[in-house]
Every structure is written in structure tokens, then in C-alpha cells.
Design a protein around this ligand. Sequence first.
Ligand SMILES: [Zn+2]
Length: 106
Amino acid sequence: MLARARRCWHALIRQNFGCPFDAHHIFDQLWPGALICKPLKIDITFYCPKCYGMARAKTCPHDPKEHISISGTQQREMLSSNAESPPEFSRPKVIAILKEYYASLR
Ligand SMILES: [Zn+2]
């Protein structure tokens, strides 16, 4: 149940930023009118060094071997183990705050 609630929560938050997340599949299980917002089902995004930013398969013509991508699970594991995250995904100040939070959970 927690995973389901987290997927829904992430999808609700991320939809307004156009970020992808597999959680959008949960909306297929809801009845019409269950949400006051409209889910935006967007595919996976990644960092493309040749595009100099975040991209999707539909917007990036470059070789997928060049893409940098991490999942939310990988990001949480990096934060909880105090490992370095790819700098393309978060600003150092944000990473520092998140690492402090994850360290407080130990
Ligand atoms: Zn690209």
C-alpha cells in the first residue's frame, strides 16, 4: 500500500513539472473524476550531454549510450549511502540537504 501511495504522490507532484514516472500507470486504475487534476503521462526523461539538458526519447536524436539516467530508487540509495549523485540531476545544495535528511534516518 505504501508503494502504491508513493507512486500516486510522486505522479501528482511531478505532473506539474512534466517529469516522467512509471507511477502514471496508477491513474489507469482510478475512476473518472477521482482526481481534481489531469495526469500528464510523459515518458522517461534522462540527461543528454549533447542536448545540454534533460530530454526524452521523442526530443533527443542522440545515441542512447550517451544518456545519463538514474531511477528514484537509485537516487535514494545514493543519498542514504552518502554516495555521489550525478551532478546533472540535482544542485549540490539540494543534495546536501537530502543527504542530511537520509543520515538522520539512520
Ligand atoms: Zn540528446
